[in-house]
Design a protein around this ligand. Structure first.
Ligand code: SF4
Length: 475
């Protein structure tokens, strides 16, 4: 076992410098002969020396022998990140903090949403015009990050992400919050808007970005959409390509869920209900029809996935205890909406047959079969909502995150062990720890091109304290 550079003889003395022979301009080292040799350890190793030392330490162990990164004195692994652009200026404990909390990882490459759902717990909102805050990640930053995660896993000869996902499963198993590890390229945005453009102007779409993250972490991706207007040909084409890609059995392993989210409080439905309550039934019907058409178009577009495990339709509504004020958004409202969605989907497939388009169905029986398959994909009703920050009817909603309300002064350990805790990396490289409805700042910012730029405000508003990842305390 060879460990280089732990205690290296060094030369001391003011003559230990390269000097020039002024006669023939040949460099000579006059100092060497007068120097005193000491065997004191050097504290100020160069970056390359630290890197070599870290590799040598890792090389002492086979893959099976390392059960945990805590088996190492982490300060001696500092330097293993040498040359990895996005980890530049971070300490190894900071990098390890990221890698070891990836039971779930959220890297929202875009942070704009046009959904305007008033009960959106992350307050998804459209692009803020005339503001300096950035809302889309730089492609090179994303590429560097995924490459760097892959490379550091290789250098460590240890899959931190895999260990962290096992921990996440163990911690949540049996709690009722059991979660399978996954990754998301969105946070307060819709999957339909996930893409990045590189310096040459090439657009990189969801499947490619998701594959990059999958290759780096082994985590399957999530894709959620709340629907889109069929008239939007760019988005329509984008989703058709995504559906085609994941219909291929070879790519199934890269994706965990493709979800269509149907809820009574989508921004369009909220507007429709406002019209209804003012007695403007014509406008109510027009808005409701627009929403139903968007959802039906999304379901129709996902037809090739209808038998795949990854495809799901999430249905959400306000729970009954919220009272009369929320009757437009409750269980009855969502079930009525779903009935209209199903009958419109049936009409959509039937109109194909009438127009001699036999892409998905040839007979009415085929249509009924297809519609039934979609119906089987409806999730159980989700009623766990929380108010967004918008000043509207939903601002008074009674949310049910008691475990958070009861833990206002959580400790560092509570946070890192909290159910569903996961890393969130913002578009400017700032790293947060978030769980179900809580966000904590950390002292980590990746070395992104945009690290000095402001990003859109994160919601829920982060805890006032910052996690000091090295000391494992709050600052
Ligand atoms: S719930 Fe989804 S679609 Fe609605 S505003 Fe939030 S992020 Fe956007």
């Amino acid at each position: 076992m060879l460990i280089k550079n732990i205690s290296v003889p060094i030369f001391t003395g003011k003559h230990n410098q390269i000097q020039k022979n002024t006669h023939n301009q040949t460099p000579i080292n006059q100092g060497l002969t007068q120097d005193i040799v000491t065997f004191k350890g050097r504290n100020n190793l160069s970056a390359e020396e630290k890197y070599q030392r870290a590799l040598d330490i890792v090389d002492c162990f086979s893959k099976d022998q390392i059960q945990n990164m805590d088996d190492f004195d982490q300060k001696h692994l500092d330097g293993i990140q040498y040359g990895l652009k996005s980890f530049e200026n971070l300490s190894f404990p900071q990098i390890y903090f990221i890698l070891s909390n990836m039971g779930e990882i959220t890297i929202p490459v875009v942070r704009d949403c046009s959904g305007m759902c008033p009960a959106c717990y992350v307050n998804g909102r459209p692009k803020e015009r005339n503001k300096d805050a950035i809302s889309r990640m730089d492609f090179e930053d994303f590429k560097n990050l995924t490459n760097d995660i892959k490379e550091i896993t290789h250098r460590l000869n240890f899959n931190c992400v895999e260990k962290s996902t096992q921990k996440s499963i163990q911690n949540t198993y049996g709690t009722g919050y059991y979660t399978l590890p996954s990754s998301a390229l969105f946070y307060d945005s819709d999957g339909k808007d996930v893409w990045l453009q590189d310096e040459k102007g090439t657009i990189h779409e969801f499947p490619e970005l998701n594959k990059m993250l999958y290759d780096a972490t082994g985590l399957k991706g999530l894709f959620d959409t709340a629907g889109w207007s069929p008239k939007n040909s760019v988005v329509q084409k984008r989703i058709e390509n995504i559906v085609k890609y994941y219909s291929n059995p070879e790519h199934e392993k890269e994706i965990d869920q493709i979800n269509i989210s149907v809820n009574t409080y989508h921004g369009i439905m909220q507007k429709a209900n406002e019209y209804k309550n003012k007695g403007d039934i014509e406008s109510y019907n027009r808005m409701k029809k627009a929403y139903i058409n968007n959802i039906v178009n999304a379901m129709y577009t996902c037809t090739p996935l209808v038998e795949k495990d990854c495809y799901q339709i999430l249905i959400k509504a306000v729970d009954d205890r919220q009272g009369e004020g929320f009757k437009d958004y409750n269980k009855d409202a969502i079930f009525n909406l779903i009935k209209e969605i199903i009958s419109t989907l049936h009409i959509r497939y039937m109109s194909d047959i009438e127009n001699n388009n036999y892409k998905y169905a040839k007979t009415e029986e085929d249509v009924i079969n297809l519609v039934s398959k979609h119906i089987k994909k409806f999730s159980p009703l989700i009623t766990s909502l929380s108010p967004s920050t918008r000043d509207n009817i939903f601002a008074t909603i009674d949310d049910d995150y008691d475990y958070i309300k009861d833990q206002k002064n959580v400790s560092y350990d509570d946070v890192t062990k909290q159910k569903l805790s996961s890393i969130l990396i913002d578009v400017n490289g700032k790293v947060y720890l978030q769980n179900d409805h809580e966000v904590f700042k950390t002292d980590i910012c990746l070395n992104f091109k945009n690290k000095d730029k402001e990003a859109k405000q994160i919601y829920p508003l982060p805890d006032k304290r910052t996690i000091n990842t090295k000391e494992k305390i709050f600052n």
